[in-house]
Ligand binder design. Structure first.
Ligand code: G1P
Length: 299
């Protein structure tokens, strides 16, 4: 089984930084954002590879995940074994590439990886967000296994005035945890999905649960994407193909706490993620607080 990470976007929100280096390689501490997503994508049992949907404009991503024995050897010669190990680790990850040179939307990006999926179910992880404990997709796989291997997506509550930024589900809560209230919008609740709509106006939103950017999908979605027309924003939307999938197969949504993940989609969110990860990192936290304390008063 494989995971797909769409990464063909231009990264315009980070210009000029992304003029010649892809946003996926922006670091969080000393590791590129996309490596956190790749490591998360490999976490569920049975996933043995990641397919990155890249554009030919960003060969640096492929270079980053390639082995570089010469560079490693040079670092070892200089006694920098820990750094050589880190370089080796990135090159040894089971990552392959397909290309989407025409940005036609998320649905089209996923479809570009069809031939690599071998007809199996697969995960999709959107790359502007990563979950440090890597559990979200693992939990989704558990929910899928309990429901006859149906498709499962991660969702979370969003304020009504923000629904038009996301894919929103319709459905009913079929399992909530003991002690949860009746809305079924707490972490761990499972919904049976009855409809999906991409970027609805607030008055058209069927719920307040938005698609967080983690999907476990039936292989049938690829056949539907092959004929999927354009939707919101003139793009081929994954959400629209999932809505068609509902006519044939069951689909579930698991409510997650989006704050368990880190957003890297805007410069401010990326900076906050660096702060959060530095504070959570034993060997960096003290130095980070000291460096910050000298220059910044928060609040
Ligand atoms: C995409 C999906 C949307 C989802 C969102 C999560 O939208 O199409 O359904 O809610 O990611 O970030 P985009 O952010 O690419 O517009």
């Amino acid at each position: 089984m494989k995971s797909i990470i769409p990464a063909a976007g231009l990264g315009t929100r980070f210009l000029p930084a992304t003029k010649c280096s892809p946003k996926e390689l922006l670091p969080v501490l000393n590791k590129p954002v996309i490596q956190y997503v790749v490591e998360e994508a490999l976490e569920p049992e049975g996933v043995d590879g990641v397919v990155i949907v890249n554009s030919h404009e960003k060969p640096q991503i492929e270079a980053y995940f390639a082995e570089d024995a010469e560079f490693e050897a040079m670092l070892r010669e200089r006694g920098k074994d820990a750094l050589a190990d880190a370089v080796h680790e990135a090159g040894a990850l089971p990552v392959s590439f397909v290309y989407q040179d025409d940005p036609k939307g998320l649905g089209h990006a996923v479809y570009c990886a069809k031939d690599q999926m071998d007809g199996d179910p697969f995960f999709v992880l959107l790359g502007d967000y990563f979950v440090p404990d890597r559990q979200m997709c693992v939990d989704m796989a558990t929910v899928s296994a309990a429901h006859n291997h149906a498709s499962v997506i991660a969702v979370a509550p969003v304020p009504a005035d923000q629904v038009s930024r996301y894919g929103i589900i319709a459905g009913e809560c079929v399992e909530s945890l003991p002690g949860c209230n009746a809305t079924g919008e707490e972490e761990g609740a499972v919904w049976k999905v009855t409809g999906l709509v991409e970027k609805p106006a607030p008055e058209d939103a069927p719920s307040h649960l938005f698609i967080v950017g983690r999907y476990l999908l039936s292989p049938r979605i690829m056949d539907l994407l092959a004929t999927q027309g354009t939707g919101a924003g003139g793009e081929i939307q994954l959400t629209d193909a999932m809505e068609r999938l509902l006519e044939e197969e069951e689909m579930y949504a698991v409510v997650v706490d989006p704050d368990k993940g880190c957003d890297t989609g805007t410069p401010a969110a990326w900076a906050a993620t660096n702060a959060r990860m530095a504070l959570a990192n034993e060997s960096e936290a003290a130095a980070f607080k000291e460096a910050l304390g000298r220059d910044v008063k928060l609040g």
